[in-house]
Design a protein around this ligand. Structure first.
Ligand SMILES: *Cc1c(COP(=O)(O)O)cnc(C)c1O
Length: 471
């Protein structure tokens, strides 16, 4: 007998599939009645950890029941309106359906000049336009900000190498960025064979923005010592506080000194979609390369980010690939070659573009911009409430959508852990000026002002509890 993995009985499978869909929609529509996070019971944890390799199959419906009992209740919580930790997007029901359609159709997105490729090309055209980049610049959808940043920095390195290799090369490159630069940068430098010590950490001003005059002086010192400035990494929305580096000043400096300007706009670049916020990002469109996530502040499900590189030719030189088995033809299936595979690391790519296309078309850029603005207004509301609260202390300016604060006089690490375990709300933590603080990041389209009130009430109650315990 010859076998296949398609269902034996399509009708029966269809019934199960309908159940999966309606269960998931029920889950999404009742999020606010669920806790923001649940600790996993030991026996569920052990059951998942100890399952033996399944040599023979079991009915799909049984596997699905296990998903309902053991997996669905225990994710990290980022869909919930009171999840404020790290920078984690939420996803939308429409995007979920788009992912199903994309993986049902399952096209190979190395290129292949058919409808899915045209959808990705159109989406990339829209994203260039949103970021103020020219239509001819290189653009690619990738898995996340880390990968999008790696792509930008790879092209920067190759331009700097100018055809040389790193082996036996005694030139000494330097990449500059502020102390608030995300950790992707040192990982990327290690992957690029330059080593993390290539990254020079520059000081920030009191608003956590890179100190450009100081950077200018450092560049001069390094040049006089024979070092070679390779790139400056600016951040558009730092993880810790949402600070935006002075983009025009960085672009001027890079133009002066002929240095590559790479901008990490993982979440912050999306503020360009909100008309009132756009002015704060002026200069972003001058970068040589820009990375931004769509799975954070564009509310799409994981994974999806975009890399833009002004010089598409240089990007193709860094990432191009050839092989007799993938030679382009003028007609037939491989007509047009594999353009996406020539712009990034991956050859086989999924159809992420479909969720971007469907969501942009159905919501419209203006609505997404309004929700981004709503998150910034929520951050301002929270920062003001904290600042005027007698028992709380604002730890840093909140220029965008991140608010850092503490309950002074108690162990804020313990306070945060208790708050998370209570399931009431999930901020994350960070250290600013040597002090551990709570960090609330608003990239959630489901959050309401009442959720922020509940957060503050919970923090104050836990702060009082901890103060009593220690007295
Ligand atoms: C999230 C983030 C990254 C990394 O992006 P991923 O999508 O998690 O890979 C880089 N920089 C900043 C500023 C971020 O917020």
């Amino acid at each position: 007998m010859q076998e296949t993995l398609d269902p034996q009985d399509w009708d029966q499978f269809g019934t199960l599939a309908q159940t999966m869909l309606s269960d998931m929609l029920n889950h999404l529509s009742s999020l606010s009645e669920q806790p923001a996070w649940r600790e996993m019971p030991t026996q569920v944890r052990q059951s998942l950890q100890q399952e033996p390799l399944p040599l023979t199959g079991q009915p799909e419906a049984e596997v699905y029941s296990q998903f309902l009992e053991q997996v669905r209740p225990y994710p990290n919580g980022n869909l919930h309106p009171r999840f404020f930790g790290w920078v984690q997007g939420n996803g939308t029901p429409l995007a979920m359906m788009a992912e199903m359609l994309a993986s049902g159709l399952n096209p190979h997105m190395a290129g292949f000049d058919q409808a899915p490729a045209l959808v990705e090309q159109r989406v990339l055209g829209w994203l260039r336009e949103l970021m103020g980049f020219p239509p001819e610049c290189g653009a690619l959808l990738v898995g996340g900000g880390t990968m999008a940043n790696l792509i930008g920095l790879t092209v920067a390195r190759d331009r700097w190498l100018d055809g040389q290799t790193l082996l036996g090369n005694s030139r000494r490159p330097v990449v500059y960025g502020s102390s608030q630069t995300h950790a992707w940068v040192t990982k990327a430098l290690r992957l690029l064979g330059l080593g993390s010590q290539t990254f020079k950490v520059m000081a920030c001003d009191s608003d956590y923005r890179i100190d450009v005059p100081d950077l200018r002086r450092q560049l001069q010192r390094d040049l006089s010592e024979g070092l070679e400035p390779m790139a400056i990494v600016g951040t558009v929305g730092t993880v810790n506080t949402g600070a935006v580096d002075p983009l025009n000043e960085l672009a001027d400096l890079c133009a002066d000194q002929q240095i590559w300007l790479h901008l990490d706009g993982a979440f912050g670049a999306l503020a360009r979609l909100a008309p009132k916020l756009r002015g704060r990002l002026e200069g972003l469109e001058r970068a040589d390369s820009l990375a931004f996530d769509l799975h954070k502040w564009m509310y799409l499900p994981f994974e999806c980010a975009c890399a833009l590189v002004r010089d598409a030719q240089a990007q193709r030189q860094s990432f191009g690939l050839e092989g007799s088995y993938i030679e382009p033809e003028t007609r037939g299936v491989i007509a047009g070659g594999l353009p996406f595979a020539q712009l990034g690391v991956e050859l086989t790519r999924n159809f992420k573009a479909l969720k971007v296309w469907m969501c942009l078309k159905s919501y419209g850029v203006e609505k997404i911009g309004r929700i981004i603005q709503q998150n910034v207004d929520q951050a301002t509301y929270l920062a003001e409430k904290v600042a005027s609260h007698p028992e709380l202390e604002l730890a840093a300016p909140a220029p965008l959508n991140v608010v850092c604060f503490s309950y002074p006089g108690v162990d804020n690490r313990e306070l945060l852990t208790r708050l998370q375990i209570s399931g009431k709300a999930v901020p994350s933590g960070t250290t600013l000026n040597g002090q551990f603080v709570l960090r609330v990041c608003l990239v959630n389209h489901r959050t309401r002002l009442t959720d922020l009130d509940l957060l503050l009430d919970s923090v104050v109650a836990l702060g009082q509890e901890l103060r009593l315990e220690s007295s």
